[in-house]
Design a protein around this ligand. Structure first.
Ligand SMILES: C[S@@+](CC[C@H](N)C(=O)[O-])C[C@H]1O[C@@H](n2cnc3c(N)ncnc32)[C@H](O)[C@@H]1O
Length: 391
């Protein structure tokens, strides 16, 4: 592909990504994969270059751009070589008209940056939410030791405060080490460590998804005890058994929940769980580094629905915890509405519960919990709080 054809491909892709964000359709990565599946003439260098252009344009535009072309023109303003590719050639984009719209630069839509500011994040912390993220892995102590993995991955380096973590340059291929390492952000590893999951405990991972945290908990428990991993998403949860097998984790039982009827499937667990983890569905403001177009998808109405689901999940889980047991609440969001405000609301309704004071190796206290953010901690953004049931 010529440089101009690459620019045109990025514009077409961005148009699709913008419509998909507005309509709640497929994610950017999926759209890019589909696009190239139908254009076999594009070589790997072309794909990489187009992908990089697309993601650079997504990162730069805080508000949803009017068109893909407007998103790329914003980059072209600062990059003369890119501007030259708007040359009107056969497969290239039309020449630039000085009067046409250019997407403004920004971190996120205005209503969201206001909410982030109100949640205590300064401009530098907000800007870091859309920077590129490294690749973090967790060494699976059930099957490997960090030194063994470092020997396989010489570019890996340890991360202070996260003993099982190794950090790698983005894009490092770790597929051949499946089962020995799990791709997991350092922040995610740290919040998982808040769950008092030790050998022989009974743990419920209520929103287990494909099991990233269940696998971390199984390693913390030295594969002894029981983890009930539940989710309402069949496709995600169905990936967990094979991952668990590969990781040598035999204590995980999966159970698919019916949305709105979760309590029925969990009734038998009432008062029996030592430690519940709610890794709640959330806006994902803390993971925009990996998924920057997510900020174009979020609306105030969607955030409101997520906040309601989080509160519902906490009240659903509370009766399952044994006396003196814990409920660890996690979101990969930096918005107080999905963090400390949820804990306040829970405590208002559950006056006999208390909050454990946390002191983690990375991050800092935020309200009744603890928060990590990319600028301060070089991790994805997370909120975590540990609530304790009365005796
Ligand atoms: C943040 S993700 C979980 C990620 C996962 N714990 C991990 O570490 O990979 C949130 C999950 O909550 C699930 N979820 C949404 N509503 C739920 C509900 N009512 N009950 C249980 N899980 C739910 C979603 O399907 C999604 O998989």
């Amino acid at each position: 592909m010529t440089p101009a054809a690459r620019t045109e491909a990025a514009i077409e892709l961005l148009d699709g990504i913008i419509s998909s964000a507005r309509e709640g359709g497929a994610a950017a990565d999926t759209l890019i994969a589909r696009y190239f599946a139908q254009r076999r003439y594009a070589g790997s260098k072309d794909r990489r270059a187009v992908r990089e252009l697309v993601y650079a344009a997504i990162r730069r535009a805080g508000e949803v751009p009017v068109t893909g072309r407007a998103a790329l023109l914003a980059l072209a303003r600062e990059d003369a070589a890119l501007a030259d590719t708007f040359d009107g050639s056969h497969h290239g984009p039309a020449p630039i008209d000085a009067a046409e719209p250019v997407a403004p630069a920004g971190v996120a839509p205005a209503w969201l940056t206001e909410a982030l500011t109100a949640s205590g994040l300064n401009a530098e912390q907000q800007a870091a939410l859309i920077e590129r993220a490294p690749l973090d892995v967790r060494v699976n102590r059930l099957r490997a030791e960090p030194a063994q993995i470092v020997a396989e991955l010489p570019d890996a380096f340890p991360v202070a405060g996260a003993p099982d973590a190794l950090r790698l340059p983005a894009g490092t291929d770790v597929a051949r080490l499946a089962g020995l390492v799990e791709i997991q952000d350092v922040g995610s590893q740290i919040v998982a460590s808040v769950v008092p999951a030790s050998a022989n405990t009974r743990v419920l991972d209520l929103c287990a998804g494909a099991g990233g945290k269940s696998l971390a908990l199984a390693a913390m428990m030295a594969n002894s005890g029981h983890i009930l991993a539940t989710d309402t998403d069949r496709a995600r949860l169905s990936r967990l058994p094979a991952r668990a097998e590969q990781a040598g984790a035999t204590i995980i039982e999966t159970r698919l929940l019916n949305p709105g009827r979760e309590a029925e499937a969990l009734g038998g667990e009432a008062g029996r769980i030592d430690a519940v983890l709610i890794d709640a569905p959330c806006s994902g403001t803390g993971t925009w580094r990996r998924n920057p177009e997510a900020r174009w998808r979020l609306t105030p109405a969607r955030l409101e629905r997520l906040v309601a689901t989080q509160a519902y999940l906490m009240s659903l889980a509370a009766p399952l915890v044994r006396p003196g047991g814990t409920l660890t609440y996690v979101t990969c969001s930096l918005l107080d509405a999905e963090g400390t405000d949820q804990v306040d609301a829970f405590l208002a309704d559950h006056a006999d519960w208390s909050v454990d004071a946390l002191d983690l190796p990375l991050g800092r206290a935020r309200g009744h919990g603890w928060r990590l953010d990319p600028a301060s901690d070089s991790t994805d953004g997370f909120f975590v709080a540990r609530l304790r049931a009365p005796w």
